[in-house]
Design a protein around this ligand. Structure first.
Ligand code: IMP
Ligand code: MG
Length: 174
């Protein structure tokens, strides 16, 4: 039996928003842009946004970083660990971090600080969803797809206990 997932952002809405985000990223004037996608949650968003950036005429290099702050539950554990690091030198690069959700902000504040400590010129942040009401760390995203209602969402790369990442839209379990 498949569970019903309530749709929050459907495929057409996500696709349209990705093109808009790419257009605004294109106007920021990044030089030698290094995109760092934070795995696992951002993998579908990053794949779509990167292709939208191609259409918007933004050349880039992409790397992946796995960070973990959640176990299998739906509450952040508070500590962030690098599970898999990027493989390039970031010193002197313009970096754009891509993640699925900015919630407490601990994950992205950690990643951003790490890249700046390594000498990145700038480390901007693009997230699909922002849950501003839940912020603990001092960080805001430079690009936000949608301001998300305070629900635990799944799909489009995002999981609940390792399931639902493959769902092609963003939704929540009723
Ligand atoms: P933060 O460190 O609290 O900002 O956590 C952000 C990370 O927690 C995201 O990158 C997601 O991996 C995960 N997360 C937060 N809220 C949700 C949700 O509603 N659904 C799925 N994952 C979530
Ligand atoms: Mg994540």
């Amino acid at each position: 039996m498949t569970e019903t997932i309530e749709v929050l952002y459907d495929e057409a809405t996500l696709s349209k928003r990705n093109e808009e985000l790419a257009t605004s990223i294109a106007t920021a004037g990044y030089k030698k842009l290094l995109v760092v996608a934070v795995l696992k949650g951002s993998f579908i968003f990053a794949a779509d946004l990167l292709r939208a950036l191609y259409r918007a005429g933004v050349p880039l290099e992409v790397e992946f970083m796995s960070l973990s702050s959640y176990g299998t539950g739906t509450k952040s554990s508070g500590t962030v660990k690098v599970v898999r690091d990027i493989e390039v030198i970031v010193k002197g690069r313009d970096v754009l971090l891509i993640d699925d959700i900015l919630e407490s902000g601990r994950t992205l504040a950690f990643a951003r600080n790490l890249l700046l400590e390594r000498g990145a010129n700038r480390a901007d942040v693009a997230v699909l969803l922002d849950k501003p009401g839940k912020r603990v760390a001092e960080i805001n995203a430079d690009y936000v797809g949608f301001e998300c209602p305070d629900k635990f969402v799944v799909g489009y790369g995002m999981d609940k206990a390792h399931s639902y990442r493959e769902v092609p839209f963003v939704g929540y379990l009723p």
